[in-house]
Design a protein around this ligand. Sequence first.
Ligand code: HEC
Ligand code: HEC
Ligand code: HEC
Ligand code: HEC
Ligand code: HEC
Ligand code: HEC
Length: 357
Amino acid sequence: MRDCQDRWRFHAGVSGLFFAALMLAMATDAQDVARPRPVDPAAWGGDHVGQPFPPYVTGDECLFCHRDIGPTWGDNAHQRTIRPATPDELSLAALREFPRGKDLADQTQYLLGSERMTRFLKRSEEYGKLDLLSAMFRPQQNADVETDEASRENAPGEIHLPADDDEPRWEPHTFADRCAGCHTTAVDSRGKAFSSLSLDCFTCHGDVPLEHTKDTSLALLSAKHREPRQVISLCGQCHLRGGRSKSTGLPYPNTFVAGDNLFRDFQVDFSDEGLNTLPAADRHIFENTRDVALFNQTEMTCLTCHDVHTSSSERHQALEEVTICGSCHIPGTESRELREGISESAKFHVHSRVCGY
Ligand code: HEC
Ligand code: HEC
Ligand code: HEC
Ligand code: HEC
Ligand code: HEC
Ligand code: HEC
């Protein structure tokens, strides 16, 4: 059994020889008969690994024309993942009450995260970098208040310190080394400086040429341009938490531009064993990505179920039952009963080693 599972510990960018051996092993293993033959996920498309980012059009410029996107964008989790700290935030009030917290709260310029964890940040002396406060705010996970947006905002929470820390301090390197690539835009892999805070249109739409106004197929993610392998690559650049760049060793990709093939440089554990250790929210992401990237099953992607701009997954409810539904629902149940740890009120009690919550 172990032997079989280890074979799924697939690292992209494997040598041709290893890949051939993998294919052979899969084809001759009776246990894997039900699974299609894996393809080499690194085989298609291009990448920008180690190159500078191309200049890109910023969100303000896009929104000047795309006013329809504007109204929901301000509240979108991607746009808000890092946001200016406003004094009325509950997390800041809690920090202020903490021993020595008042000064730290005054120094805080940005907040990261919300429902499960909030982190405090300030600009570093170096351009394009942020200092991360070692102390964090953990909102109380209360199923009853979670259903009610307004009362959740007022729900109590606590400041926590990492075990090896006796008082909160500003860490100058943690954010650049471990977080920047998934919470800011266009991080230069060498200097690890970001080009803009939070997540701009560029992270998902890539380099959109102005000519797309006449030919929308030139805009990635337009109705005419949604290639499944590009979709799972571009969402996966941030949502495959636990992956690692082969060239930099960092936990985020090296110069990924939406449209690229992520798996030329980003190594991800797609083994059954690896998937089974993930919380459901992350598990279905790895499962869907594996289906597309390794098994060439391209009929379902993140966009089959998620509408990113309206933050809705409602359309998933109208789908036929398939294997991936079992990541969250107990298979075969008429009412689509949810697995343990997932409920409608407290949807995901998610934890992430990468993000530290
Ligand atoms: C590989 C990409 C990646 C890296 C690296 C990463 N994050 Fe995240 N982070 C994410 C994604 C994706 C989510 C959203 C997950 C979800 O909603 O299920 C997230 C969510 C969060 C949240 C929000 C939790 C909430 O819902 O309130 C916090 C806080 C956070 N990350 C902090 C960090 C910190 C601190 C680091 C560095 C130590 C870090 N992350 C590194 C991808 C990453
Ligand atoms: C986190 C990924 C992501 C980010 C960031 C993002 N988009 Fe999108 N966008 C999508 C996806 C996915 C679609 C395809 C429609 C769908 O199914 O949600 C889309 C569709 C669109 C469309 C087509 C119209 C529509 O609603 O279907 C426009 C225009 C657009 N985005 C503009 C923008 C602009 C402008 C920004 C920045 C302010 C932006 N997007 C940021 C993922 C993103
Ligand atoms: C000069 C105005 C202008 C700017 C700037 C602009 N767009 Fe567009 N965009 C258009 C027009 C016009 C269309 C075609 C009509 C439509 O579908 O809205 C379009 C179409 C699109 C579509 C395809 C919508 C569909 O039909 O599926 C996407 C996606 C998109 N733009 C994203 C962006 C992003 C992201 C940016 C910034 C990088 C951007 N646009 C900048 C004018 C603009
Ligand atoms: C550049 C990194 C990045 C990319 C690219 C990205 N995400 Fe995210 N995503 C995040 C982070 C970070 C959060 C959590 C933000 C927070 O809560 O602070 C998030 C949150 C989410 C959420 C939960 C919040 C919500 O709006 O419902 C969904 C669903 C999601 N992303 C889907 C997608 C899909 C689908 C794509 C590809 C079209 C995508 N993301 C691309 C980083 C990214
Ligand atoms: C079969 C449908 C389906 C597919 C395919 C799918 N998702 Fe989901 N996803 C869901 C549902 C349903 C939820 C839970 C409801 C919600 O949070 O909106 C969810 C939750 C999430 C969350 C957690 C939101 C939170 O509360 O923190 C993220 C992030 C996410 N999906 C990203 C992705 C990405 C990235 C992909 C593509 C690799 C993907 N999903 C593919 C249906 C799907
Ligand atoms: C990532 C987790 C996730 C995945 C994967 C997922 N669901 Fe769901 N599903 C949920 C959650 C959470 C709800 C509760 C309502 C909501 O928030 O969307 C739900 C609700 C539903 C409902 C409505 C049930 C009711 O009582 O109203 C149906 C039907 C449904 N899902 C079908 C499916 C099907 C079919 C699939 C596979 C194609 C699937 N789901 C995959 C998380 C998931």
